[in-house]
Design a protein around this ligand. Structure first.
Ligand code: PLP
Length: 393
């Protein structure tokens, strides 16, 4: 039985050529990038070249990039940066405040829940029924105490693209009107990298997070772009300009940079492929009685990346469908891979879009990538229809 992998939003199969090049180089250049002798210098040079390569591949020319242990840590650094101020603000009259969307990845949502326990006030903005966040919704929540705003670029469950430019511009206008300090705007761009151009983020965001394993790089390495230095909460040997201490992961950084370069070079081709697969998938879903895309969308809807689609099989639990498809060697997931461990029962994203519980619980997520073929989609649709007919109540 051929494996059919339709869970690229969870992780992408690593590119073997890239992994080999990075492994071979890091075996040779094993020095600590902070060491002053030739081995350290060689490692340092490769690390800095990798940094520039990631920046160049995104078309970003301003600010700086810090290598992290992945998207999660890149999301945490700007959040942790407000911790010190939080302590000071807790004795003030009005507690410190943050605004996030209610559809953020657990990397943001779960960390915010901890900070709430430490006294931070968090406003969560619900999306509309299509999963989009309206700038006005954020605007009305901004106040003097608002220190941080986190909005993701592309949602990992629905593929909804947020209009970061409109959001950033409205934040700017609001703080001017209210004559208050502009909050730090952090964008989780983990699912955007490689799928759409994120070059503009350098003009609108104060920081954004990216991750290597979503673009065929290795797991456990990511990046945080920052417009200007942050007050780091985590301290150590001062690596990565003091913002992410710890001996740098040269293998990871190099492989990430090569994957980012390749993803940028093939972005157009990959997008065209993804659009064709999206149409095939959406047409296929609509031809299976009762099934529907979540949210309902038409092919090439500009509000979504074509490669991530959630769909519902009413009357059949999403988990059951995932397991049944797995028995046929077809890999899909129920929402986010991380969510399924922590909040299996939550279905937070679909709930926020006011999808009825029974529909949300019957949903699965299908995500495609550069290696997905039309035949993969056809096999999925064929099996899903058979299983749905057999298993639904
Ligand atoms: N943010 C989003 C939107 C994601 O989809 C993910 C991974 O699923 C992450 C953050 C976390 O990235 P990482 O797995 O590299 O920690």
């Amino acid at each position: 039985m051929k494996d059919i992998y339709l869970d690229w939003a969870a992780t992408a199969p690593p590119d073997p050529d890239i992994m080999r090049i990075a492994l071979e180089f890091s075996l040779k250049a094993y020095g600590n990038p902070s060491s002053k002798y030739w081995l350290g210098k060689e490692a340092r040079q490769a690390l800095e070249e990798s940094r520039l390569r990631v920046m160049r591949s995104m078309g970003v020319t301003k600010g700086s990039l810090i290598f992290t242990s992945g998207g999660t840590e890149a999301d945490h650094i700007p959040i942790f940066a407000i911790l010190e101020k939080l302590k000071r603000a807790s004795s003030a009259e009005k507690p410190m405040h943050a605004i996030i969307s209610s559809i953020e990845h657990s990397a943001i949502e779960e960390q915010m829940r901890i900070l709430e326990r430490l006294g931070l006030q968090v406003s969560r903005i619900d999306p509309d029924s299509k999963g989009h966040i309206e700038a006005e919704q954020i605007e009305s929540r901004i106040r003097k105490e608002t220190a941080l705003i986190c909005i993701m670029n592309v949602n990992n469950e629905t593929g909804a693209i947020q209009n970061i430019k409109a959001i950033a511009e409205s934040i700017k206008e609001t703080v001017l009107q209210k004559k208050i300090k502009k909050p730090w705007l952090h964008v989780d761009a983990v699912q955007a990298l490689g799928k759409l151009s994120i070059r503009d983020l350098e003009d609108y965001a104060d920081s954004f997070a990216i991750s290597a394993h979503k673009i065929r790089g290795p797991k456990g390495v990511g990046g945080l772009w920052i417009a200007r230095p942050l007050e780091a909460f985590i301290r150590g040997g001062g690596q990565e300009s003091g913002m992410r201490p710890g001996t740098e992961n040269l293998f990871g950084a190099l492989a990430f940079s090569l994957a980012a370069e390749k993803a940028a070079l093939s972005m157009q081709e990959n997008q065209e492929k993804a659009i064709a697969l999206e149409k095939r998938l959406l047409d296929g879903i609509s031809s299976i009685p009762n099934t529907l895309a979540l949210p309902e969308r038409i092919p090439q809807d500009k509000g979504f990346v074509p490669s991530i689609i959630s769909m519902a099989f009413p009357g059949l639990g999403g988990e059951t469908m995932v397991r049944a498809l797995s028995d046929c060697h077809i890999a899909v997931s129920t929402g986010s891979a991380c969510m399924s461990n922590i909040h299996l029962a939550e279905r937070r994203v679909l709930k926020a879009m006011l999808v009825p519980d029974d529909i949300a619980f019957s949903s699965i997520r299908v995500s495609t990538g550069p290696l997905t073929t039309p035949q993969d989609i056809d096999s999925f649709l064929e099996q899903a229809e058979v299983l749905y007919r057999r298993l639904k109540t």
